[in-house]
Design a binder for this molecule. Sequence first.
Ligand code: S3P
Length: 165
Amino acid sequence: MKNIVLIGFMGTGKSSVGKILSEKLGFKFIDVDEVIEKTTGMKISEIFSRFGEPRFRDIESEVINLITKKDSQVIATGGGVVLREENMKKLKENGVIFCLKASENVIFERVKGCKDRPLLQVENPEERIKELLNRRKPLYEKADFCIDTEGLTPEQVAEKIIERL
Ligand code: S3P
């Protein structure tokens, strides 16, 4: 079977939903950020601070290239995977793409205090979230399906995805 790919902004629950979904379907679970941290031996924030965002995006694309060679996996991507068209092309080739959505407020509540999201380590993270969301909205809408996660548990979101398969 094709891969099931989860895209969406930081804090929309891609990793927690992905884990549950993979257990329900008996698929392997791949968390792209985890693969990046394991293969580089660095935290995402360290990669950003030592080498910058463009290098992080290159590593992210290398990982996407590798993992899309296999199928029957649930893949939780990082929120910025949509920034490169080549990533989306690879993911679409053998995957069904689901975008998880949540409002700015819910996202802010979920991510505040998290130290390993370098793009949000700014004076006004709320404003940053709004700005990034606006910029990325058209990119997230390239998904095959969009799922509104508001008020749902990760388990319920996983069920909603299964209904659409
Ligand atoms: C990013 C999202 C993060 C991580 C990195 C960049 C982004 O992943 O890949 O900090 O650009 O939105 P999560 O969406 O899992 O937080």
